[in-house]
Design a protein around this ligand. Structure first.
Ligand SMILES: Cc1ncc(COP(=O)(O)O)c(C=O)c1O
Length: 393
């Protein structure tokens, strides 16, 4: 099997598993317990906070561990919206966000919040001038993704932040779940208030995430219970998960420059081969995009069928977001980028990962273009002869 769906999830890296195992077996104490077993678990949890903070250039107490990217996003958006309700009710986001953001913002609409979904260009980028025009004295939050999961486009975050900072009292949340493995996140330089991470995108454990929140930022906790995570996220902590996330994030941060260079080379090789097939075009930004991410539209094909055909050849890919697989709805991302449903149907996402080898890319470079070409030819035959009759029969 050649796994080229790293935007959906990545394998747990062995170093993270190794770091987690003692926390699941020997060091099983509750970090809130005062005894030795509890203190050992607390020390491991504290170290995980320190590691994640170091990778982001933040402070350990600014890190809140969660059950994944989705929970971090919910905590950031709902927490910031409710905390800011006295000042305003407007939340600005983009129309290409992950459902974890879109559905959370839409949910808040039921409680009197007013969402604004900024349009994007053909490449999936928000225009900073349009953000400028949308900002009002009722705006309490901008929530935007650093990189898009379906088309890999990286948003011009620095310019967007600069526009928001001309106003007072607006919080900025960055959904960095998809970007974190490949884009360095320095929270001081980026000047944001909240950053969401999901461990399984950078070879950490699934069901584990983190929200970084700048010291002094007020958010309303979204679950009530104990005093864990400095009152911001109640519930006994998943210490093993936090340690696994921290280990994976630390290694990913250290190796990032080398990983990015290799992935870019591998992706470009695959891209050149795939784009040689007639009727195939790349979606998303040609340069401002994640390094191992290749998203295309193959005209006159159905992405689901192409992805299934590739699966039969032993290659795992997807049509877009893993969260919408099985849905017959066209991608909201491609739709916002201006692709008609008929074209968006042919979407295919190929996402390489740190563990992808050159040999796998060699094989994929042969199989993927061949499969797409075959599917296009079959679709053409069907269109010309829908009943499958022999020509001339
Ligand atoms: C951009 C983005 N945001 C949020 C999420 C949700 O993260 P999680 O799967 O950790 O809940 C994903 C996952 O695909 C994502 O790509």
């Amino acid at each position: 099997m050649i796994y080229l769906d790293n935007a959906a999830t990545t394998p747990l890296r062995p170093e993270a598993l190794e770091a987690m195992l003692p926390l699941l077996t020997e060091t099983y104490g509750n970090p809130s317990s005062a005894h030795a077993a509890g203190r050992r678990a607390r020390a491991a949890l504290d170290e995980a906070h320190e590691t994640v903070a170091r990778c982001l250039n933040g402070a350990p107490r600014e890190v809140v561990f969660t059950s994944g990217g989705t929970e971090a996003i919910n905590l950031a958006i709902k927490g910031a919206a409710w905390a800011g309700k006295a000042h305003g009710n407007q939340i600005i986001t983009s129309s290409v966000e992950h459902h974890a953001v879109l559905h959370t913002v839409q949910h808040l609409e039921k409680f009197g919040f007013e969402p604004i979904f900024l349009p994007v260009d053909r490449y999936g980028r928000v225009d900073p001038d349009q953000l400028d025009a949308a900002l009002t004295d009722r705006t309490v939050l901008l929530t935007v993704m650093l990189a898009n999961n379906e088309v890999g486009t990286i948003q011009p975050v620095e310019e967007l932040v600069a526009r928001v900072r001309r106003h007072k009292g607006i919080l900025i949340h960055l959904d960095a779940v998809q970007a974190a493995p490949y884009v360095a996140i320095d929270v001081q330089r980026l000047d944001v208030d909240l950053v969401s991470l999901g461990a399984h995108k950078f070879e950490g454990p699934k069901g584990m995430g983190a929200l970084w929140m700048r010291h002094g930022t007020t958010i309303l906790p979204q679950q009530q219970g104990g005093t864990q995570e400095r009152y911001r996220r109640a519930g006994t902590e998943n210490v093993a998960g936090a340690v696994g996330l921290a280990k994976a994030f630390e290694l990913c941060t250290r190796e990032r420059p080398e990983t990015v260079g290799r992935l870019r080379r591998q992706r470009d090789r695959l891209r050149d081969a795939v784009l040689r097939v007639p009727g195939v075009e790349m979606t998303g930004h040609p340069r401002q995009r994640l390094p191992g991410h290749l998203s295309v539209i193959a005209r006159d094909t159905d992405g689901v069928s192409v992805s299934l055909a590739l699966d039969l050849e032993g290659i795992c890919t997807s049509t877009g977001s893993a969260c919408t697989t099985g849905s017959t709805e066209p991608s909201h991302v491609l739709s916002a980028m201006g692709y008609p449903d008929e074209e968006a149907r042919g979407a295919l996402r190929i996402s390489l990962g740190r563990q992808t080898t050159d040999e796998e890319v060699d094989r994929a470079t042969e199989i993927i273009p061949e499969t797409i070409a075959r599917m296009r030819a079959a679709a053409g035959d069907l269109a010309a002869d829908p009943l499958g009759q022999e020509v001339g029969a």
